[in-house]
Design a binder for this molecule. Sequence first.
Ligand code: NAP
Length: 317
Amino acid sequence: MSGGGGDGGRRAMIPVALVGIGKIARDQHVPAIAADPDFELVAAVSRRGTVEGVAQFTDIDGFLADGPEAAVSLCVPPSVRTEMALKALAAGRDVMLEKPTAATLGEVEAMREAARATGATLFATWHSREAPGVAAARDWLGRRRITSASIVWKEDVRRWHPGQAWIWEPAGFGVFDPGINALSILTAILPGAFRVEAATLVFPANRQTPVAARASLRGTGGYPVSVDLDWLQRGPQTWDISVETDGGRLVLSEGGARLTIDGAEQLREAEREYPRLYRRFADLIHARESDVDVSPLRIVADAFLIGRREYGEPFVD
Ligand code: NAP
């Protein structure tokens, strides 16, 4: 186990290794760790990427065998993440997972079991749940009866995922890679279970994952939730969740950074999602607890299970 313990009230510094030095590791994880007094980045594991000033390893086996004792933060794609997580957990390392937690629900269970076996902390992150408006939305909605909800998540894959081949391969999630962020917010602000009643997934003729998806869900008590995901949106990008209630209409827009109620702005703040995730990881490690919620992944899995498939234009990068 990495980290943990204390010295008379002061928390011990947690050494951490970043695995998968790609876009999100560079954009968010490296700066969030650097700014967090609880963590020290001690190693980077990547076939090609490097982080200045820390030990470098080209694979997880080499790192676990010869690297420093450290927690592990996995920023690789879901197709390869579970194998690495299982190795790290078996070695007793505390593990933080990028979203989507895994390629399948069965993989999540295997990781939970591995964490239980060694007593390691397992933290399956959902960064969008740390968006500024999410907690206030949950509080406001908790005092009202929900009548319907809608997700509209439309962005430009060429702008946000340039040249990333893995998102179009099996286990890459396609448009559900961003779409699951919306579902992570939905399942955080509204209590209870969601079942997928119908879904349509649109696949480019030359790709393995969908470029667009629509789904109809039911929340607890039967209220409808519509989901509209598109990955070919040019111009302004749309990341909106609206909820109708017996006491007014709540809208979380800009991915959760802006909250309005009946059109009146309640909150609009710069996001600090990754610093908040590392705070939570430190708290979990010190408490020797895990946090793994599969509810967003289950909705995606169910949409794939029952969705109708349509085939569209080939996708050209
Ligand atoms: P990326 O830029 O493609 O980076 C992925 C990293 O994983 C690279 O360092 C890569 O290569 C390593 N890797 C190891 N095995 C790999 C394999 N078989 N295929 C591809 N890469 C492999 O991806 P990313 O955007 O950082 O996304 C990684 C994860 O973070 C995804 O689950 C994504 O949903 C999540 N995320 C991304 C964003 C974003 O804005 N991009 C935001 C939030 C969350 P090397 O080993 O060769 O260095």
